[in-house]
Write a protein that binds this ligand. Sequence first.
Ligand SMILES: NC(=O)c1ccc[n+]([C@@H]2O[C@H](COP(=O)([O-])OP(=O)(O)OC[C@H]3O[C@@H](n4cnc5c(N)ncnc54)[C@H](OP(=O)(O)O)[C@@H]3O)[C@@H](O)[C@H]2O)c1
Length: 360
Amino acid sequence: MIWRKDVIYSKAQSSTNLRLQEVAPADSSFRMVHAKSWTLKKHFVGYPTNSDFELKTVELPPLKDGEVLLEALYFTVDPYMRIMAKSLKEGDMMMGEQVARVVESKNAAFPPGTIVVAPSGWTTHSISNGEKLEKVLAEWPDTLPLSLALGTVGMPGLTAYFGLFDICGVKGGETVLVSAAAGAVGSVVGQIAKLKGCKVVGTAGSDEKVAWLKKHGFDVAFNYKTVKSLEEALKVAAPEGYDCYFDNVGGEFSNAVITQMKKFGRIAICGAISVYNRTGPLPPGPSPEIIIFKELHLQGFVVYRWQGEVRQKALRDLLKWVSEGKIQYHEHITEGFENMPAAFMGLLKGENLGKAIVKA
Ligand SMILES: NC(=O)c1ccc[n+]([C@@H]2O[C@H](COP(=O)([O-])OP(=O)(O)OC[C@H]3O[C@@H](n4cnc5c(N)ncnc54)[C@H](OP(=O)(O)O)[C@@H]3O)[C@@H](O)[C@H]2O)c1
């Protein structure tokens, strides 16, 4: 048996295959593992606050045949958690992926030491039957941090990849606009578009973020919070208009973009973070007249549509581009599991440059 440092809880969560229950095993030879977990104490109203979260501790049961015990190394906080938390019951554990190490195993496919991406939620330790675990790519180089499996070489990178190629259908020579451009998804969108020979315009909410974008190849970048007129700034950035808009923010921002699209322009509706925390009525949608007369194509998508070999190929492409220095990454790392709520709240306030990660 392996002795783990102070752990904490977990709770039955139907959306995962993880066996997480409040159990006190009777076997005296078993050394207790205590899992710490962040739970949703109260449903969010507007921006989440500290009092909406509660830290709990539970003992995990002994492993059954086929199961593994995971210890988290890195956690991700993502905007979708603000939306998905609506489907939780108060008291449930917050959902999410983590990079974890197998520390004990009764499953031959995942021997101790295996590094996986696991949908375990906001918990330091968890038990899995292996079904939803994904090993990091075998060719992962020692020089790259494993946390990238939650960012540029993980879900956000895949979102950029499929949104740009499959939804926007981007082609070399086109003009691409991406909002929240210095974030986990946006920073990859812009850099892939540059690799494919596009002109890329990015918008971000601080001068530091804008400087990062310019340093990493964006043709034009501006701070949407400080420009006098968003319409004017968009027009100056690309007087020719936009072929593709990778929309991460929605709301009034995206309504302004629509007017600057070229005829037959394509819009990948990836996210709408500008409205996730709104308590009042939602802003009106984009003008139907403009969509009709410009003959625009708007399409929403969810990254989990692409599975199997296409997903693996995309991960390998992303890893290769990062390893070769063709795609640069930045991580906004918060130290300590106890700071998960703070990291999540900071993400929703725009504090992160690049991927928001919590180191266990
Ligand atoms: N469809 C999918 O499958 C899928 C998958 C992953 C992510 N997404 C979506 O993609 C978007 C970006 O996600 P991410 O993980 O890359 O997050 P992120 O960009 O790393 O972080 C969120 C960023 O959003 C910006 N933001 C926050 N509040 C805003 C507001 N009111 N108006 C405009 N911008 C605001 C902030 O940047 P600034 O400082 O620049 O404002 C913040 O840093 C989100 O909408 C997310 O829901 C969708």
